[in-house]
Design a protein around this ligand. Structure first.
Ligand code: ADP
Ligand code: ASP
Ligand code: MG
Length: 762
């Protein structure tokens, strides 16, 4: 016999229910089918109870619940069968309405009423599915879970009376000839026949109870994903289904938030070693995950990663706790009395503090209970009142094999740290099946993806680029990335993605990577106008691992933001020279931030275009060499200009040509004035380990006064024409001396200078 449970999405619409019936119809043996409420209905019921309790209008929710079920009936069953079943639904809805009305009038919502209200979801779904199975001609009997599944009176989280329930199930099933037994999950009743529920997600548990009672050969959990994944597939795109997994691992994973299976589910089937198969209702041919006693076949050290959101951290701290026995006992007793479930515990060996994680909704109640318990010690200043931190999450690595491997936690925390995920607390059980950490809730997605990449993705490193400036340099970079993307992935295992782009007018973002074949149209059509600070905020909020900010502009304000990026552990790569040639203090500060936040700050293209000059210099210095002298022609544009300038053309023509060929900066004055060369030699000098400022460089300009005074690019170009003779004379003089003109930057003995020189032709 097989027990199959179908979850909320699986029975979430007429189309899905038809799919479920198709799966059931294919079964050869007797089959127990447990169904959840239609997806989302339990939440609506809980919400309506809350509204009624707050004396607010809940009727629209009732209507919504009715409409959803009516629509399913209309699409699932022929017209002549609809009215009977709609009548039954109506009956249930009016019972629900009566209960809600009671809550509304009394302004009292006991757990007893809560259980009753949320029970309607499974009651309704099972009535409809039962009717649909019969309509398909499948021999089916209805099992009334409220009648037969017996629990204690812990209404909303009740404990099953196993003995009685197993007996009831065995007796019921024995007496039935029908091939299919259909049962609503989640709902049950206590000794006094009052409705109870098994806790959110509890339909899985109902199914597990059936499996145990009937010694089933298999428990199937049919859901909306193809098994238990290496991480929640809704948050981690790269997550993969796990083929086989042990009960222990599945328990750890599901306890830590993998809600595919409800943790208590495992116990009844584990007691009898009944395997669980998690399958996808919508992709029934996929293997799914087999949970069993057998050790998992994969040789992975880490089997999966899970997380729980909505966590609060409570810390009790004080000198008065050291060496005093019984503190922990009193601490946990206080929580027990309030029925508060503790998910995570750490205590430093100095005994100065105890720190626990609980559901955020229990936080204030827990604080009250603990502060009360330690009221005297607080009064005597031996301990401080409990401190609550909210908006947190627990993230956990799970795996049976972790215990026999070193370095797992090292790898876990370094990859999180590298991506600026702050860790608030750490716990590792001595069984070493689980390492968990408390982090900010906003970092969950990044943390899951980072860890997933470190432990499961064959070292494929995802790099997320945010590029400002898409002109000559930026445009070429994008072209090059597009051309190399495949190669980088296949050969270097780097998944290089461009997430954000900006020119001076617009910015554009795509969280899953921009298709680079038509980036320029996307940028033109974008609704976001460019703002340096909004761009930064967006990069920060997206919070992607391995983020890199790329400055391909020549803007002098943008470098002020590098600091912000680095402080978020976002790497900065710039061809813009402004930062490295700004004040020495700022240059040193950026390098320091880069080290402090493990965020690379790279600017190789500042000098010598793509040639590895800066890197080489750094290597020389690091290996103990000292730079004594630098002499260089550092300006591609000035070099082009003076190589092509002669007595057959004019200086302004050559400058114009240099612009067309992309040699000059957007503003040619920066090149021709020598400022660009000064910046470059300054950067080389600083990379050589010397402290120098831009104004310490003696730059002798070859420009005439009028060009120096020009305050716009246009006016500047006009002066180049007007001063044709001035430039022709420079050439003629050099030619006469059998020399060529070169703009040379030099550093020697602490003195730096730049200027035009006549260099002998040989
Ligand atoms: P059902 O209604 O079928 O019981 P649930 O919503 O309770 O379904 O559980 C299935 C969901 O669990 C998936 O859709 C997925 O979002 C979530 N989930 C969280 N962690 C994991 C994981 N590690 N593997 C698979 N699913 C996970
Ligand atoms: N319907 C219940 C819930 O949403 C039980 C379940 O689906 O397992 O929690
Ligand atoms: Mg579930």
């Amino acid at each position: 016999m097989i027990v199959s449970k179908f979850g909320g999405t699986s029975v979430g619409s007429a189309k899905n229910i038809s799919q479920v019936i198709e799966i059931i119809a294919k079964k050869k043996d007797k089959n127990i089918v447990v169904v959840s409420a239609v997806g989302g209905i339990t939440n609506l019921l809980v919400a309506s109870a809350k509204l009624a309790h707050e004396n607010k209008n809940y009727v629209h929710l009732l209507q919504e619940i009715e409409t959803i079920h009516f629509q399913i009936i209309e699409e699932l069953l022929p017209q002549n069968k609809q009215s009977k079943i709609k009548g039954k639904v109506k009956e249930q809805i009016s019972l629900l309405e009566t209960t809600l009305n009671g809550v509304f009038l009394l302004k009292d919502l006991s757990t007893k009423s809560q259980a009753k209200i949320s029970s309607f979801g499974e009651a309704l779904s099972s009535i409809i599915i039962y009717e649909a199975l019969l309509h398909k001609g499948l021999s089916t009997v209805y099992f009334n879970s409220i009648e037969h599944i017996k629990t204690d009176s812990n209404y909303t989280n009740s404990h099953v009376n196993h003995q009685l329930t197993y007996q009831n199930i065995q007796q019921f099933v024995k007496e039935q000839k029908a091939k299919i037994v259909l049962a609503p999950g989640f709902i049950a009743s206590n000794e006094a026949n009052e409705i109870t529920t098994l806790g959110r997600g509890g339909s899985d548990f109902t199914a597990a109870i059936f499996a145990n009672a009937l010694d089933a050969e298999l428990l199937e959990i049919w859901t909306d994903v193809s098994g238990l994944y290496t991480a929640n597939p809704k948050l981690v795109k790269q997550a993969k289904p796990i083929d086989t997994i042990s009960y222990q691992e599945a328990m750890e994973l599901s306890y830590f938030g993998a809600k595919v299976i409800y943790p208590p589910t495992i116990q009844p089937v584990l007691d009898k070693s009944i395997p669980i198969l998690v399958k996808n209702t919508f992709k029934p041919n996929e293997n799914g995950t087999l949970i069993s006693n057998a050790a998992s076949k994969n040789n992975l050290t880490v089997t999966g990663i899970s997380h729980i959101e909505n966590i609060a951290l409570l810390t009790l701290e004080g000198n008065g706790m050291v060496g005093v026995p019984g503190i922990s006992k009193r601490f946990f007793e206080a929580l027990l009395l309030e029925n508060i479930n503790v998910k995570f515990i750490t205590q430093a060996s100095s005994e100065q503090s105890i720190c626990i994680a609980i559901d955020a909704q229990d936080a204030s109640c827990a604080k009250k209970a603990i502060d009360n318990q330690f009221a005297l010690e607080i009064l005597q200043h031996k301990v401080h009142p409990v401190v609550i931190e909210k908006d947190l999450a627990i993230i956990a690595l799970v795996g049976d094999n972790m215990k026999s491997h070193q370095g797992i936690s090292g790898k876990m925390f370094s990859s999180l740290g590298y991506n600026n995920v702050n860790i608030k607390a750490i716990a590792q059980g001595s069984t070493e099946k689980n390492i968990s950490a408390i982090i900010d809730r906003k970092d969950v997605k990044k943390a899951l993806n980072t860890l997933h990449a470190s432990f499961f993705e064959n070292q494929i490193k995802q790099i997320n680029l945010f590029i400002m400036g898409v002109g000559n340099v930026g445009g070429k970079l994008l072209e090059q990335i597009e051309q190399q993307q495949k190669f980088l992935l296949n050969k270097l295992h780097i998944n290089l993605r461009v997430i954000g782009l900006s020119n001076s007018k617009k910015m554009y973002f795509e969280e899953n990577g921009i298709d680079l074949s038509n980036w320029s149209e996307k940028l033109v059509d974008s609704e976001l106008t460019t703002s340096f600070s909004n761009f930064f905020q967006k990069v920060k909020t997206l919070n992607l691992r391995n983020s890199v900010f790329v400055d391909n502009t020549a803007n002098s304000d943008l470098p002020h933001y590098y600091e912000d990026y680095l402080k978020q552990s976002i790497a900065v790569v710039a061809c813009n020279k402004v930062a490295c040639s700004s004040s020495y203090e700022n240059y040193v500060k950026l390098k320091k931030l880069s080290r402090e936040y493990s965020a690379p700050f790279l600017y190789e293209t500042n000098v010598g275009a793509g040639l590895p000059i800066i890197d080489t210099l750094q290597n020389l210095i690091n290996s103990g060499d000292e730079i004594t002298k630098i002499q260089a022609v550092l300006s591609g544009s000035l070099n082009f200009i003076f190589n092509n300038f002669n007595d057959k053309n004019t200086f302004s023509e050559v400058v114009h040509q240099a612009g067309i060929e992309g040699y000059t900066e957007p503003d040619p004055r920066i090149d021709l004035s020598g400022v660009d060369v000064m910046r470059k030699i300054l950067i080389l000098i600083r990379e050589s380990g010397k402290e120098l400022e831009l104004q310490d460089i003696d730059n002798v300009s070859f420009l005439p006064e009028s060009s120096m005074q020009a305050d716009t690019v246009e006016k500047f170009k006009e002066t180049l024409i007007a001063e044709t003779d001035h430039f022709a004379a420079l050439y003629a003089n050099a030619a006469k001396n059998n020399c060529r003109l070169k703009y040379v930057a030099e550093y020697d003995n602490g003195i730096a200078k730049a200027g035009l020189k006549e260099i002998p032709k040989d």
